[in-house]
Design a protein around this ligand. Structure first.
Ligand code: KIV
Ligand code: ZN
Length: 514
């Protein structure tokens, strides 16, 4: 029987801090998809966004709050009434809502950013917590840049916000500056000096600028923290946040050291990692702990021999524990709707009727091109359909393209686009077929775009695998990501580019509305 006092609450902020990572923005449908996946993973709370940041953020927090059924949904807010009201409204549909208010407390932030004295900061923090408490009983407070805040002042702030009603006090290492023993001491100091500390859960939120986010979070747990804020694959601002999978698997594998547990269903970890990586376009490095492709691959002969004789010689966790089994062959050309529907259910994918119809249609046409369809193929199709939710606002649509390339010829592309109902065709040459297509698109749209990043990966193994292309396109100070999947990689490259162009145009349109 687990001792409840040793339960570590997992507060996932993939949809908020994770989404703040450059190029990681998600559509509302993608956020819902990730939120449901996090629910299946067993996280206790998700931070769905920062509702006052934009209408898009507000809408997505609200939609996510309506789409989950047994976890806490938090909305972030500064200590100002407008932010708090927006957060309260956005989390309203959630089964359990939380308002997370924050205010910087360190000397650097007080002096340069806020231009406020210590007593003013305390007043603002207390006011913010009380204001949030009017809307929602579950209030969390974060003293931003806590790890660089003077210990006596930090203790004062923590005591004041707990008195004001904060049920969770989160200690962020906002700039990833702390080192483990020092961060542990801060938590230990708060546990010892703050007289009402037992009336709140102490949480931590560590950034990974020095690669220490997980180590710092673990040291905090050793010193009494009982909530950790983390993200899938460790995505987030700059170098990212504490990686959920690393923290959870360390607690599980080294229970002997930590004597703490989480409610995470570890067998769902790899799946959640793949979904977040796919949706954000942020690839996971091959040697990444727990979820990297090589995390359980034994190359050296001595290691392989050892594992065959006895797994524990070289494996401290088994791939099954994190759900890293080989991908399953699912369905083929003759599979019917029912079998397809059941497989989606097993994968934990919930779609509206309309989305299901689209996904099924795309599955059928893929089955015509590709003999065997794997889970990863289905997930790629689902992603495409979720992203296609944006097509209502598409400005540029691909009608046709044709390329000519080969040894001894100049790669040439002809592209036909529909722009606001008008057909436009142009051709261009390039140093390869994709370059030629992109130049032809730029000529038609009259946009001078730079391709800041281009990645391609095979969705599954096999020569007939679908290629997934992710691009980052920049123009006039705007930068947007696009992604597309196809068995034809030039087509995938073309559609990915057009998606990014549409996102840029849409942002331009939104900003030109007075
Ligand atoms: O890094 C940080 O300090 C934050 C807070 C808003 C918790 O993200
Ligand atoms: Zn953060």
């Amino acid at each position: 029987m687990e001792d409840k006092a040793n339960k570590v609450i997992i507060f996932d902020t993939t949809l908020r801090d994770g989404e703040q990572a450059p190029g990681c923005s998600m559509t509302i449908d993608e956020k819902i998809h990730v939120a449901r996946r996090l629910q299946r993973l067993g996280v206790d709370a998700i931070e769905a966004g920062f509702p006052a940041a934009s209408q898009g953020d507000f809408d997505s927090v609200k939609e996510v709050a309506s789409s989950v059924d047994n976890l806490i949904v938090a909305g972030l807010a500064r200590c100002v009434p407008e932010d708090i009201e927006k957060a309260a409204e956005a989390i309203q549909p959630a089964p359990k809502g939380r308002i997370h208010v924050f205010l910087a407390t360190s000397e650097i932030h007080r002096r340069h950013k806020l231009k406020k004295a210590r007593d003013e900061i305390i007043k603002m923090a207390v006011k913010g917590v009380k204001e949030a408490g009017k809307f929602c009983p579950d209030v969390e407070f974060s003293p931003e840049d806590a790890s660089r805040t003077e210990p006596d002042f930090l203790s004062e702030v923590v005591e004041a916000v707990i008195d004001a009603g904060a049920k969770t006090v989160n200690i962020p290492d906002t700039v990833g500056y702390a080192i483990p023993w020092q961060f542990g001491e801060i938590i230990g100091m708060l546990m010892e000096n703050v007289k009402n500390i037992n009336e709140a859960v102490i949480s931590v939120h560590c950034h990974n600028d020095l690669g220490l986010a997980v180590a710092n979070s673990l040291e905090a747990i050793r010193n009494g923290a009982r909530q950790v804020e983390c993200t899938i694959n460790g995505i987030g601002e700059r170098a990212g946040n504490c990686a959920l999978e690393e923290l959870v698997m360390t607690l599980r594998t080294r229970r002997d050291v930590f004597n703490a547990y989480t409610s995470i269903n570890t067998r769902q970890i790899v799946h959640a990692s793949k979904i977040v990586s796919n949706v954000t376009g942020m690839m996971v490095q091959r040697n990444k702990a727990i979820v990297g492709e090589n995390a359980f691959a034994h190359e050296a002969g001595i290691h392989q021999d050892g594992v065959i004789k006895e797994r524990s010689t070289y494996e401290i966790m088994s791939p099954e524990d994190v759900g890293a089994e080989k991908s399953r062959l699912v369905l083929g050309k003759h599979s019917g709707r029912h079998a397809f529907h059941d497989r989606l259910k097993e994968l934990g994918i919930e779609l509206s009727e309309n989305q299901f119809e689209h996904v099924f249609e795309d599955f059928k046409s893929l089955a015509d091109k590709k003999k065997q369809i794997f889970d990863e193929d289905i997930e790629a199709i689902v992603r495409e359909v979720l992203e296609a939710g944006e097509t209502a606002h598409v400005v540029v649509e691909l009608l046709n393209f044709h390329i000519s390339s080969g040894t001894g010829t100049v790669p040439t592309a002809t592209v036909e686009l529909n722009i606001k109902g008008e057909k436009n065709t142009d051709a261009a040459t390039g140093d390869g077929p994709i370059d030629a297509v992109y130049r032809a698109i730029d000529r038609i749209t009259e946009m001078e775009c730079t391709l800041a990043d281009y990645t391609i990966r095979a969705v599954t193994g096999g020569k007939d695998a679908m290629g997934e292309v992710t691009v980052q396109v920049e123009t006039k100070g705007r930068s947007e990501r696009g992604r597309a999947t196809s068995t034809d990689i030039v087509e995938a490259s073309t559609r990915a580019y057009i998606m990014a162009v549409n996102r840029i145009l849409r942002k331009e349109q939104n900003n030109s509305v007075p």
